[in-house]
Design a protein around this ligand. Sequence first.
Ligand SMILES: C[S@@+](CC[C@H](N)C(=O)[O-])C[C@H]1O[C@@H](n2cnc3c(N)ncnc32)[C@H](O)[C@@H]1O
Length: 310
Amino acid sequence: MMTMLPIPKMETQFGKLYEADCLSILPHIPAGTVDLVFADPPFNLGKAYNSKFDDAIPEQNYVLWCEQWLDELVRVLRPGGALFLFNLPKWNLPLGAFLGKKMTFRHWISVDIKYSLPIPKRLYPSHYSLLYFIKGDKPAIFHPDRLPIKTCSHCGKEANDYGGYKDKMNPAGVNLTDVWYDIPPVRHAKYKKRKANELSLKLLDRVVSMASDPGSMVLDPFGGAGTTFVAAELLGRNWIGIELEASAIVERFENINADADYLAKLTASKNRLFTSDSLKLRKRFGHDTSKYRLDGLVEKPDLKLQPILI
Ligand SMILES: C[S@@+](CC[C@H](N)C(=O)[O-])C[C@H]1O[C@@H](n2cnc3c(N)ncnc32)[C@H](O)[C@@H]1O
């Protein structure tokens, strides 16, 4: 029997946040109404979360639990809608096989991990898996960001030699690949309450920008510290959020200007061949940029987004 939909813990200009078990909320979302789902569940590693659920259950039960909410996520997506599933390769292997029976596989994106710990007698784990599936056979929305050329952070020199091709490079930057090496870890001494394995806003900005448009509906059933909701809000997407213990998200939205500033910096340093910092460095260290086409390379205005808490 379906329970009643609880009152949201928080409503903003674009979103609704439910403090509950996602399995009790998802059945209330009508089928075919969501454009983008991002899910970053607990990894069953025995970690302590604010919400105090059991993060060390038998492996088979963990996979069965994931399959339950994945079924709901597939149901609520529109045709052409996108599902991103962030997890350890170990879990995304069986979960990807499960999703492959219901959706179209697009990518296994490797998100490079910084500062992970070596495990004895194993290879050093150096990436998380971000699975990207589509409901139906083609994506309704797909506009991946382009990235600046990789340059040395000390002198601005290119990491690769583009030889005689410099003038052929797209001034909007290089194509996004399925290896994301530029996602920083989140370290917040300031926000001790955020014990939720918060992901970088850079990751969520990339996903939300790629697979949704302003006005789209974004869903994340495992809110954590609310990174998906902050990205959706600041980028003008509608969103539905669920989290067992949502106080860190409410607190984050009360201070969302810090995220808005960071997002404005991210926006200004993508979809162009060089960031303004690397251009300055290149000039200082005498690296020639004149062979590249930089047309359209203008400073982007700061995002002046002020979410409204209702
Ligand atoms: C890995 S964290 C998500 C972090 C998030 N992506 C971020 O960037 O902040 C997983 C979250 O899922 C929440 N969670 C676990 N079981 C849940 C459930 N059944 N329903 C809703 N949330 C759940 C945990 O409390 C935890 O905050």
